[in-house]
Design a protein around this ligand. Sequence first.
Ligand code: ARG
Length: 583
Amino acid sequence: MNYQVSSFIESIIYKIALTLPELGKDFLPELRLSDPRFGDFQLNGALSHAKKTKQNPRTLAVLLAEKLKKKLPNEFAHIEVAGPGFINITLRSEYLLKWLKKFQSLADLKTAAKTRFAKETIVIDYSSPNTAKQMHVGHLRSLVIGEAIQRLLRFHGAAVIRDNHLGDWGTQFGILLMQIKEEGYDINAEHEDPLEDLEGLYKRGSARFKEDEKAQEIARSELVMLQKGNPESKALWEAVTTVSYKAFESLYQLFRVTFDQVQGESFYQDKLGRVYEELTQLGIAEESQGALVVFHPEHARFKETPFMIRKADGASNYGTTDLATALHHVEHAKATTLLYVVDGRQQDHFQQLFLTVEKWFKAKKYPLPRMEHISFGTVLGDDGKAIKTRSGDPIKLKDLAAEAHVRALKIVGEKSADLTEAEQIAIARIVGIGALRYADLCQNRSSDYVFSWDKMLTLEGNTAPYLLYATARIHSIFRKGGLKPGEGELGATAFETPQELALAHKIVLFAEALEATISDLRPHHLCLYLYELAGLFSSFYAADKVIAEDKGMRARRFMLCARTLLILETGLNLLGVGTVAKM
Ligand code: ARG
């Protein structure tokens, strides 16, 4: 019994191709089964291969189909050549039933999936906001995309280290500390919104910095004191970090995100010397106008625009810390893969970082990890520009979350007036945050998207409320039947109606949906799959009575309900969306 059916079929076809002179090794690139979203698998490869090699497509398809029939177990699938030379592979009803019996719990799915990345240690850098500032809508994407991806990788067996790489170091702290002292702000006292205070302090400080030479001097000396480890400066800076993280943490709780390590830029400050030394020694970095930089002559742009790793005034920067961080992850965590879930506008930075790491690690014979920038687009307002409040400031993430809750409460109130108020509030929190994060995840992350409350909170369409409502409805079917999901399946007979077959087939395709999702680390593939699954469930539920007279029929329909629920809940959970049993 194969968890992932299409790759099983593909491997058999490939073995056959190798024995056929008409196909051979060259067939490998033609070997993808077409997107089996609804219904059957289809192989177009024989057709395209025949065209390329000037053979008769239909003859070639028939030849391959005949071999395939012999090789594939008979109870597995029905194989047919169609049209000019497509091969249709239809899983048989008995096989679908077997699959559903075999993969009946979360543990079964996990066991099957976990070999995929079993040898990988992955450090994933996500959220990673700058301290002394509030998280705003721009921080939503890294948080929710990063969380979904880390859950998916963990599910597939990787050892994942969730790393919150705070921006907690840099020249801005000179200005901030100056202004805190100037205004006598007591950071250790109770404040209603200390991050807002810090933002204000920084704004006022930088205004002074721009105008007043005296202020520039003070800010610089504050920075030097901090960098030299002056205890008073250090304590103040630490207080800034603590206050900031406290505010971040309440958001992390709301979004159900936890980190394995919070190692901000400051953590690497004593590890930067080695970066300068090694890169200079190797001749990878060079002095240019007083700064230390890395040119990449093989690259169209970076041969002229270098990667800066030390500024002319001797200060380290974003690039230096990221270089030290990469080395640290490889040496300490023995990371095989480094993922950075960061805004697409930082693309150049990451390209230069990766090129530099590659040259550096190869020269030093350090193990070279796979590195990937999981980049994403911008959240837009109705005007097509990065979304802002009316006053022109970015919308705070905590305000967004609060509004999502209020708006979700309206839906929950309408849908389930019979629940107590407390129940409604608790459910609305899950639905609201779920809607917010799902609206983000269901887009291809590379694209920008227009933020819309109405769209994300509708009960129709590819939204969290729609999927959560589907799960709640299945729970209620079981409650009404006096059963728990998974019970009542004994004696299930093979699926017969078109709706049963389509639904069962879709359930079996969960493994391929996950494979598509992790192969390019794009959660929207999984979202689309779950949406289609819920749609097929709806059609099934509308057409076929679950509590049927016939015992075998009833049992198999309970099975379809339970497995749909299992897959929906597993999928939502992998995306980070909490689920509800009632709605
Ligand atoms: N703090 C940065 C920002 O807010 C993101 C850091 C991403 N991680 C990294 N290793 N560069 O833009």
